[in-house]
Design a protein around this ligand. Structure first.
Ligand SMILES: [Zn+2]
Length: 470
């Protein structure tokens, strides 16, 4: 069931050998080490999936990881604001000062209703095609297991980097409102700051319409800036609708405008990088302009037809409505809340201006940013040592090119970049699980991952630490 155009046996041979044969004295890998690492990665993923950590109970997951690291001789700490929702930090100290790297993850999962699933969501069953099923199989106990197994494997071989290698797995990523996970930890424990971080959000493979094979890497996250749009009319008694100026139908006119149309494209560096990668050449934006470049690039794959146009500007989806508080009163004000998603660097004033341009001036309205709910995204440059390492790995081991993308959703990488200036990417290679299976499973029923991707990711993370930290 491998979706990769590179047969998995070929990929394995080419992927492992150059990675796993370092010079003796720098953590020489004994015969059988790779097999042990891969076996442990799969077992660890299964053990964690069997713990129901639906927005809570993460300490049970952290304890599994702590026991595992302890048996590999790695120093480990559970750090909890809420005893049931512990975060875990493990560290292989470096031999000197130098760039540092963290393997990042989260231990909570979103809810699963077992009635909708073909395999039970907390059983980690592996089917005949090699897929492990369960909540967290792709988001993200798989990656957590791969990163942990890589770290334990490095420790077993006696490897030490120049700088520290950290493993940071936090609670409360999916909801984030309890203030016990990464947003709390970065303030509580500044010593988890690293130069580089590898987290969730990328590594999915796509074959484009021109047969180029690309793998995405999340270089940043969009932010949110919810906006309240209030139409202004005049109140009246509902028994005589022609009197007054009911704000509800006024709002209806604006809704018709808001409910359709694309985000105005913004010529943003992260958008340019995505376009260049999809088109396989640079400079198209300069030559054709942003709109035409987006049209060409988004035609390269069905997924990007919607995703690229959404990523490339300020989206404004109308979601929540407010009308009169009494049925017999036509209100002077009616309102809609817009879920606006914004590119890194977009200001609140720019969002308000974009909404005004969309709404025009035929209807009287007021706009405001919904207080306290804006979260600004950020991004790391698609360049530098970690980028080069991943880019080479993808080219040489997976015969693919790397496509930098901005997540439309949210990950904890935002806090690492904001607090520490960390170069944080979302990347874990998925060469055997087709991207449509991965995308269908996110926060949905029948989440599953091919176990070859769990083992591939464990191998990749060993390679990454060895290459980056020496
Ligand atoms: Zn996640």
């Amino acid at each position: 069931m491998a979706a990769s155009p590179v047969p998995s046996d070929v990929r394995r041979d080419t992927a492992v050998d150059p990675v796993m044969n370092p010079a003796p004295g720098s953590g020489f890998e004994a015969p059988g080490e790779a097999e042990q690492r891969r076996r442990e990665a799969v077992e660890l993923a299964a053990a964690m999936i069997r713990v129901d950590s639906t927005n809570g109970n993460e300490t049970a997951v952290a304890e599994i990881l702590a026991g595992y690291f302890g048996s590999a001789g790695i120093e480990v700490e559970l750090i909890a604001r809420d005893p049931a929702r512990a975060n875990i930090v493990a560290r292989i100290p470096g031999t000197a000062s130098g760039p540092t790297l963290s393997f990042v993850g989260h231990s909570d999962v979103v809810p699963a209703d077992a009635r909708d699933w073909d395999h039970p969501p907390f059983a980690a069953e592996i089917d005949d095609d090699g897929y492990m099923w369960g909540r967290g199989a792709i988001d993200m106990k798989n990656e957590v297991a791969s990163r942990a197994a890589a770290m334990a494997s490095l420790a077993r071989t006696g490897w030490r980097g120049t700088g520290d290698l950290l493993f940071v797995c936090v609670s409360d990523e999916e909801d984030g409102s309890a203030d016990v996970g990464m947003n709390w930890l970065v303030l509580e424990r500044p010593d988890i700051a690293t130069t580089y971080a590898l987290n969730e959000g990328g590594g999915l493979a796509y074959t484009l319409v021109d047969d180029r094979y690309v793998i995405d890497i999340a270089v940043g996250e969009k932010g949110t800036c919810p906006i309240l749009v209030e139409t202004i009319g005049e109140a009246g008694h509902a028994s005589v609708p022609t009197l007054g100026d009911n704000a509800v139908p006024l709002l209806g006119r604006l809704l018709a405008t808001l409910g359709k149309g694309q985000a105005e494209p913004i010529d943003h560096p992260a958008v340019r990088s995505m376009i260049d990668a999809l088109l396989g050449e640079v400079g198209v934006v300069d030559r054709l302009g942003i709109e035409q470049a987006i049209a060409l690039a988004s035609a390269k794959h069905p997924k990007w037809r919607h995703a690229l146009t959404s990523v490339a500007g300020t989206t404004m989806a109308p979601t929540m409505l407010h009308g009169s508080s009494a049925r017999n009163v036509m209100p002077a004000r009616a309102a809609v809340e817009l879920d606006c998603r914004i590119l890194p660097g977009t200001t609140e004033a720019e969002v308000l201006e974009a909404v005004r341009r969309r709404l025009g001036d035929d209807v009287a309205y007021e706009l405001s940013v919904i207080h306290g709910s804006a979260i600004h995204g950020n991004a790391s440059e698609p360049s530098g040592p970690l980028w080069d390492l991943i880019s080479s790995y993808v080219a040489e081991e997976l015969s693919a090119s790397l496509m930098p993308v901005l997540c439309t959703g949210f990950t904890d990488s935002v806090y690492l970049r904001r607090e520490f200036g960390t170069v944080a990417y979302g990347f874990s290679p998925f060469a055997s699980t087709p991207s449509d299976i991965l995308e269908a499973g996110y926060h949905n029923k029948n989440e599953r991952v091919h176990i070859d991707d769990i083992t591939l990711s464990a191998d990749f993370h060993v390679h990454a630490a060895r290459t980056l930290l020496g």
